[in-house]
Design a protein. Structure first.
Length: 198
């Protein structure tokens, strides 16, 4: 079974290493390129997901606007009635404005924050699309007997055959190197001598 690789710069190094190590094998590597972003953008399912996300974002925008409008209305009331309000009633209305502002801030952060609902919903809608594209890429890679498929946009590996992934070989070799270095250090350490009495 072939393994999909996430796109990223660290995989460029892996591809380069695979390409330089590859000549050791008897056959030449077959590499293909895909413009993942173009495929993603033109895939009909992406348009459907975008429409779904846009509807949800519009609902959240409307909720946020209603909250802002409530705050502005109450602030307007305070300004227009300030001279007529008792100190206690003025304080209550100002406390209410602060409470509404805190609610709005919490709502906005929960929706549009770094880990907000908009980000989660976007991922929920796009992840199956990306997985479907990678699945098709893997099938085509197998059918065309390719070894590696790169993303033209990012340069990252989208898919590769299992046998071009040399990660474990490199880790094993490095472990041996570390072991040899430790053994070499043990041999070079001078023996401890006791100080002779004077």
């Amino acid at each position: 079974m072939a393994i999909p690789f996430p796109a990223g710069r660290r995989f460029l190094l892996a591809v380069a290493a695979a390409l330089f190590v590859a000549p050791v094998t008897a056959s030449a590597q077959k590499i293909a390129v895909i413009d993942f972003q173009l495929v993603f953008d033109q895939f009909e399912a992406t348009e459907d997901a975008q429409r779904t996300l846009d509807r949800q974002l519009k609902e959240w925008d409307e909720d946020a606007k209603a909250m802002r409008d409530s705050i502005e209305t109450l602030q307007g009331e305070i300004e227009s009635q300030r001279l007529m309000l008792s100190e206690q009633r003025l304080q209550e209305k100002q406390d209410e404005v602060r409470r509404l502002q805190d609610e709005y801030q919490t709502f906005a952060e929960s929706i549009w924050g770094v880990d907000g609902e908009a980000v989660k919903r976007n991922e929920e809608l796009t992840k199956p699309i990306a997985e479907k594209i990678v699945g098709v890429v893997a099938r085509i890679g197998d059918e065309r007997n390719l070894d590696i498929i790169l993303d033209a946009g990012s340069g990252g590996v989208v898919w590769a055959k299992d046998d071009v992934n040399i990660t474990q070989f490199v880790l094993d070799d490095l472990a041996l190197t570390v072991q040899e270095m430790r053994e070499g250090d043990a041999v070079q350490e001078p023996a401890e001598t006791e100080d002779a009495p004077e």
